[in-house]
Design a protein around this ligand. Structure first.
Ligand code: CA
Ligand code: CA
Length: 169
């Protein structure tokens, strides 16, 4: 009798130990899995500009301002969908075309984005899939350019308010 009581007591202790020991673990797992926001909500706010040897305001080499620096975008995997995202971010209704191989001249500094894949529905280039900020096997001879439609999005206003608060991802 005494022995079986003892056993029960030991079992209880063991169960208590297990629950105390395991609960932070399961909590930690819980915290990481269910409400993980999509990358889109975490995408940093970035500014975009069209620069280089261009003739019109609605065309140029795509440059993005990230982490305090302007950098370029590589032409690998670029698409008209990505060009649409760039153009809409600049207040143009859509893209007309995109041009590989630094047609608007080579940028300098960082190549911020490479192998950019956009569905076309993203609000900014930062929401598109890529190799990651600054991860690139490109040279500036591969800097991508876009030509946007001259038609503007009615009522479009630039939102530069958070440009200087861009964080490292
Ligand atoms: Ca290329
Ligand atoms: Ca690449």
């Amino acid at each position: 009798m005494e022995r079986s009581l003892d056993l029960t007591f030991n079992h209880c202790l063991f169960a208590l130990f297990l629950s105390v020991y395991l609960s932070p673990l399961s909590l930690a797992q819980y915290e990481h899995s269910p409400d993980q926001p999509s990358q889109a909500t975490h995408a940093p706010k970035i500014q975009v500009r069209l620069v280089g040897t261009k003739k019109k305001h609605n065309e140029g080499r795509v440059e993005v301002f990230y982490n305090g620096e302007w950098g370029t975008v590589c032409d690998d995997d670029f698409s008209i969908s990505a060009a649409n995202v760039v153009c809409r971010q600049l207040g143009y209704q859509e893209a007309v075309s995109w041009i590989p191989s630094s047609k608007y001249g080579k940028g300098d500094g960082r190549i911020w984005l490479d192998n950019v894949y956009c569905t076309g529905k993203e609000a900014t280039l930062a929401e598109c899939t890529s190799n990651g900020w600054g991860v690139s096997d490109c040279k500036h001879t591969e800097d991508v350019g876009v030509v946007c439609s001259e038609r503007r999005i009615p009522g479009f206003k630039f939102d530069d308010s958070e440009v200087n608060q861009v964080k490292r991802m």
